[in-house]
Every structure is written in C-alpha cells, then in structure tokens.
Design a protein around this ligand. Structure first.
Ligand code: APR
Length: 180
C-alpha cells in the first residue's frame, strides 16, 4: 500500500511524442480493429514498423476485436519501448453510454496487463480525447484518478508518464493531478 506522496511521485506529466518514449511500455489509443488508424495509433504503427501490425493481426485472428475498455499487448517493433499495450477508449456520446467507466477500464486493464508482464515504467497518451471526442477535462480526471488508485494498491509499477500532445491537454492533466 503506497501513500499519496509516493503515488504522486510516480506520476509524471510531459508534453511530447509518445513514440519517442524510452520506457518498458507505451500505450496506444487504438480502435477495436487493432489495424491502425490516425493520431497516436498512426504514429505508433509508423514508428514501430510492420512487426506491431503483424502481432495485432495475430491477436485479431485468435481473439477477435479488442472491445472498448479492453487491452492487448504486442512487442515494440522499432520503438525504444519494449512493449506496446493497445487499448480502446470510448467514443464520446454525450455521457449517456457509460463512457466514464469504459475510459476507466481502458486505463485499469492497461495497468493490469503491464503488471502481469513485469512492466515497471509505462507511458500513456490522453486516451479518447482526440478522434473519440471525449472532453479533455473529464478524461484527465478519470485518467489521473484511475492511475493513482491503482498505484496505491500495486507498487510493482514504478513510473507512469502521461505524454500529452498540446499545452491545453497538459494543463488539464496538471489540474487533475493537483486535485488528487
Ligand atoms: N504522442 C502523444 N500524443 C499524441 C500523439 C503522439 N504522437 N498523436 C496524437 N496524440 C494525442 C492527440 O492530440 C490526443 O490528445 O493523443 C490523444 C488521443 O487522440 P487520438 O490519437 O485521436 O485517439 P482517440 O481520441 O482515442 O481516438 C482513437 O483514432 O487514431 C484513431 O485508430 C484510432 O480509431 C481510433 C481513434
């Protein structure tokens, strides 16, 4: 059981490109097909190379689509990161389709998978706040709260970084972290 100060020390926020991260695992904001897309998904597949897509296709063949809130793991291909955890966030529909819980589960299942693989350092993008249109302030609060509560219970993960792509998103996550 970690206390709040330990947890806060483990959560880092930065502005940058998640494909540049030197960490055990980076998290991809994927779609259920796992066959790539734009945004983070496109950047990771471009930088990581075809190996990642091949592993995603294999996962599709074995287990079918990745449902919203769920997570799967592949190697990192040409990335500096050893693994890519692909998770699917909710598409924002106005808050009438349990989007908050689906987003919570996307972070939670990514962290659980990381722990299962002995991953100690992991970097997240701001899941669902791009093409999926989830309000950034609301997503930031869910993301930070879910990660903080997980880190309180599971001390195996040593560092969680949020790699944000613009100032406004960064500020929303900073505000969410400060209100913990
Ligand atoms: N590094 C870090 N963050 C990034 C990067 C990057 N290289 N590229 C984009 N982002 C940011 C976006 O600015 C946004 O804040 O990641 C956040 C998530 O945006 P999206 O990538 O659009 O992800 P999401 O909203 O979850 O939508 C997922 O988009 O790319 C498709 O295949 C994907 O269908 C899926 C959908």
């Amino acid at each position: 059981m970690s206390d709040l100060k330990d947890v806060l020390d483990k959560i880092e926020l930065t502005i940058g490109d998640i494909t540049e991260e030197e960490t055990d695992a980076i998290v991809n904001a994927a779609n259920p097909s796992l066959l790539g897309g734009g945004g983070v998904d496109g950047a990771i597949h471009r930088a990581g190379g075809p190996e990642i897509l091949e592993e995603c296709k294999e996962i599709r063949r074995k287990y079918g689509k990745c449902l919203p809130g769920h997570a799967v793991i592949t190697g990192g291909g040409n990335l500096k990161a050893k693994y890519v955890i692909h998770t699917v966030g909710p598409i924002w529909q106005g808050g009438i389709a349990d989007e908050d819980n689906v987003l919570r589960n996307a972070y939670l299942n990514s962290l659980k998978l990381a722990s299962q693989y002995g991953i100690k350092t992991i970097s997240f993008p701001s899941i669902s706040t791009g093409a999926y249109r989830f309000p950034v302030d609301r997503a930031a609060a869910i993301a930070i709260d879910t990660v903080a509560n997980y880190l309180k219970e599971d001390s195996s993960i040593e560092k969680v970084r949020f790699i944000l792509f613009d100032e406004d998103t960064y500020r929303q996550y900073e505000r969410a972290k400060q209100s913990l």
